[in-house]
Design a protein around this ligand. Structure first.
Ligand code: MG
Length: 378
């Protein structure tokens, strides 16, 4: 590892774990966090959860697992070139989607709607909070504590957003939302790496699926610019290969831009340590021009891919499955596996949300069959 900058997080200076543990022997505290995340059951389930496309629609599309690996790869490159802590940013990147429901955003939106309707005082459902809940409470792998007992810095990075009402209930990881400070630079960086990863792989998957066309993508300046460069260098290149070259170049442009812009912001703010960086306002950023291009791309994807009628049909089915599962369980908790039954209504609603959020796409589809189709009881 290259030398850490003054403002990098250092495992020896961690604010520690909720349940004190002796320091690990052959790795540092952030490496231990990363390893615990990789061994978690919720991490393995990311393989069968999706972002845009439902899991069984094609073997080449990204899943949340491959997405998380791409985010970690981009975040590590950025961390290394900025003198930030590569292990911490990797741990945050690998854990950032652990709380995602089946069926991507459609699943989370519907679960939130169900929680608000059936348990209005329970606080809804939010995937960032759920990711934290997975690593703090839901994983059952250790004799001495629930969850993975991760370091403060990793937990801080996982909790990207949070309402003020929730923040007040969350102890030290909630404090920054009340004090309006930033998370560590490593957390800021994992967050931007997430955006770089999904924007680019959604173009790739969108084109591969045929829901988007290269002609349509000409309306997106960042794509058009890089695509033209590729065609100029290789006029006879096959389209599939030209698209890959274009995406590769776009990722490179974005990573280079973040590195240069962030290095300049850091040089100007000159935080003396990691805590000073947290108080300095956002320091990991795109330049103004690239920020604009990235926003235009997002807007294009929203209108043309996430709102494509074929994706909307998928989303609509996904929402119905989540709603019907939730409604069946809340009206008759004895339909739930015994582990998820609770006496109290509020607590019961939360346990149902945990159960559904933990499902993979195909498990949710099967569970729906088991509940609603005759002749399919087990
Ligand atoms: Mg993500």
């Amino acid at each position: 590892m290259t030398e850490l900058a003054a403002y990098a997080c250092r495992p020896g200076q961690s604010r520690g774990r909720r349940h004190p543990e002796p320091a690990p022997g052959n790795r540092n505290a952030f490496q231990r966090d990363r390893d615990r995340i990789i061994h978690a059951g919720a991490f393995r389930r990311l393989e069968y959860k999706t972002q845009v496309f439902i899991n069984h629609e094609g073997d080449l599309f990204r899943t949340r697992l491959t997405h998380s690996l791409e985010v970690a790869q981009i975040a590590r490159v950025l961390a290394r070139s900025l003198g930030l802590n590569e292990d911490l940013t990797e741990a945050i990147a690998l854990a950032h989607d652990l709380g995602h429901t089946p069926f991507g955003h459609a699943g989370q939106d519907e679960l939130n709607a169900c929680m608000r309707e059936f348990a209005p005082d329970a606080g809804g459902f939010e995937h960032n909070l759920q990711s934290l809940r997975v690593v703090d409470e839901l994983e059952e792998r250790y004799a001495l504590f629930n969850g993975l007992n991760l370091c403060f810095e990793t937990r801080e990075g996982i909790l990207k957003h949070c309402s003020l009402a929730h923040a007040k209930l969350l102890g030290e990881v909630g404090e920054r939302f009340i004090a309006r400070t930033q998370p560590s630079l490593e957390a800021q960086l994992a967050n931007l790496a997430d955006e770089i990863a999904y924007n680019n792989h959604d173009i790739d998957d969108g084109l591969r699926s045929g829901l988007l066309t290269v002609e349509q993508m000409q309306a997106v300046p960042i794509f058009a610019r890089h695509y033209a460069e590729v065609l100029q260098a290789w006029p006879d290149i096959a389209q599939r290969r030209a698209v890959s070259e274009t995406i590769r170049r776009m990722i490179n442009t974005l990573i280079t831009d973040v590195t240069v812009t962030t290095a300049a912001l850091l040089a100007r703010a000159a935080p003396v340590d990691a805590d000073a960086a947290r108080r300095s306002g956002p320091l990991v950023a795109f330049s103004g021009a690239i920020r604009q291009e990235a926003d235009d791309l997002k807007k294009f994807l929203f209108e043309n891919l996430y709102r494509h009628f074929k994706v909307m049909r998928m989303t609509n089915k996904a929402r119905r499955i989540v709603r019907e599962l939730f409604s069946a369980f809340i009206h008759e908790p004895r339909l739930l596996p015994p582990d998820y039954r609770r006496g109290d209504d509020q607590v019961q609603a939360r346990a149902i949300a945990d159960y559904i959020a933990g499902m993979t796409d195909r498990y949710a589809i099967r569970e729906h069959h088991r509940l609603f189709q005759m002749g399919d009881h087990l």
